[in-house]
Design a protein around this ligand. Structure first.
Ligand code: TRP
Length: 464
């Protein structure tokens, strides 16, 4: 751990460090892999608009509420509720978050493994272009390579397993070194560089012949594409991308210093996260249409499309290498934030030391994730309603994150008390909180009602 006396809780050192760590958690595969693929499956621009509304009206209030809970209680996701509401069942919300962390990390680290594998492939290609890599494959071959082929990546048994274990291992190593030394240091420099490369990709993407169609897809809404399920997917994606609804930001909130501005941090993080997602969309969709790839190709979308863009760029394999490197690092700043939820809970509530907590959490999630890596291979037959293990894991956060978020805003809006939340948001009266009436309206009414309506619609009790 950092050189901090053990009596004091580990915390983030600077204001930028806080934003960087929370943004590092938020920005990741959710933006660059998941956002484009779910947007592609759900009709494009109309989905994007609903997504933006959910980020603003539901996501930000949930994020601020998580910060309020974590920083006032100075505890992990479960312990925070126990401290703020002793002998009440609210801690179950935290428990659901800890369980959710297992599910999310088990499939997220698998996708991080794909990214690592692409990183290796671009490195090999750079060294021996004639022998290796996807640099010269056609779109068809790439799809084959990625989904079905002889060297089929997903159905393979060793490659996804090894790369998954590598990403899990790296996550464990970083979390072992503690919050300030581990998490903060990495997040600070990486996100800005990632954005810069994405912008290079956008420049290449939008100048491709036939790119127009992709820009239109992303920005010209067609509301006939929207169904009740689309709305749930949009809500789930907003929660997923912002890292809210399962106590990650309660945990990180407990490491934020008392003087820092929670509202400002939440808005900056949400803005940065959303900006990166939209930019990623703008990098992907023009190329998707230009190359005749189907926007609803599912989880493989960016892994099929990106290599084609790189092929069309001068020094493409160099850009590919850099991009996949940064994407791996962005994924790591997210995986560590998920593992930290479990580690903070194990160490503070179950009395394990940090090392033991990290190893136990990491290895149990590792075992769960191994099953996920086999979703297209040995375990392809294990399905539920036509979804394989990976797809089930990937779809479930759309349910449990909004559910967690619902209870989090209800807690802060109705149970925690206005004076307490005001005190926390204003850093004990030291800063003005003129926005407070809006905040309290959102957490009391708008956010919980919006979440409830989406759920009622999904179970068929109402229709919109
Ligand atoms: N938000 C991250 C991404 O977009 C993933 C993530 C990290 C996450 N921590 C989380 C998702 C907590 C849900 C809950 O890549």
């Amino acid at each position: 751990m950092a050189s901090i006396p053990s009596s004091e809780r580990d915390s983030f050192s600077s204001k930028f460090g806080v934003i960087a760590a929370a943004a590092g958690s938020a920005i990741g595969l959710g933006n660059i892999w998941r956002f484009p693929y779910v947007t592609g499956e759900n009709g494009g621009a109309a989905f994007l608009l609903i997504y933006l509304a959910f980020v603003t009206l539901v996501g930000i209030p949930v994020m601020m509420s998580e910060f309020v809970i974590g920083r006032s209680a100075q505890k992990n996701a479960v312990g925070s509720f126990k401290r703020l509401a002793p002998r009440k069942p609210w801690f179950l919300v935290g428990m659901m978050g800890v369980a959710g962390a297992f599910v999310i990390l088990a499939f997220y680290a698998v996708v991080a493994g794909w990214t690592l594998s692409y990183l290796f492939d671009s490195a090999r290609y750079l060294v021996q272009p004639d022998k290796y890599g996807f640099g010269e494959m056609s779109t068809e071959q790439l799809r084959h390579f990625f989904q079905e082929g002889y060297d089929s990546f997903l159905a393979g048994t060793w490659k996804p397993v090894v790369t998954f274990l590598a990403m899990m291992g790296l996550t464990v190593i970083i979390v072992l070194s503690g919050v300030r030394d581990g998490i903060e240091k990495y997040a600070k420099i990486l996100m800005p560089i990632l954005l810069a490369i994405l912008l290079v990709l956008v420049a290449r993407g939008v100048t491709l012949e036939g790119a127009r169609e992709g820009v239109r897809f992303l920005f010209k809404p067609d509301f006939s594409q929207i169904t009740g399920n689309t709305v749930l997917v949009a809500l789930g994606q907003a929660f997923f991308s912002l890292s809210v609804g399962m106590g990650t930001l309660i945990t990180y909130g407990s490491y934020i210093q008392k003087r820092d501005n929670l509202a400002n941090t939440a808005v900056s993080v949400a803005f940065a996260d959303t900006f990166i997602a939209v930019i990623a969309g703008l990098a992907i969709f023009p190329a998707v249409f230009a190359f005749g790839i189907s926007p609803d190709s599912g989880q493989g979308l960016v892994y099929i499309t990106l290599p084609v863009i790189f092929q069309k760029m001068a020094f493409g394999s160099f850009w590919a290498l850099l991009f996949f490197l940064l994407l791996c690092l962005a994924a790591l700043t997210s995986t560590i934030s998920v593992l930290e939820v479990v580690v903070a809970y194990f160490s503070e509530e179950l009395g394990m030391n940090r090392k033991r907590a990290t190893l136990i959490a990491g290895s149990s999630i590792g075992i769960l994730g191994l099953m996920v890596t086999m979703s297209w291979g040995p375990l392809a037959n294990v399905t539920f309603r036509d979804l394989n293990i990976f797809e089930l894991f990937d779809a479930s956060p759309a349910y449990f994150l909004p559910l967690g978020g619902f209870f989090i805003v209800i807690f802060v809006g109705w149970f925690y008390g206005r004076n307490n939340s005001k005190k926390e948001l204003s850093s004990e009266g030291k800063r003005s909180i003129r926005y407070y009436p809006i905040f309290i309206f959102l957490v009391r009414y708008l956010a919980p009602i919006a979440i409830a309506l989406v759920f009622l619609n999904v179970v068929g009790l109402i229709r919109f």
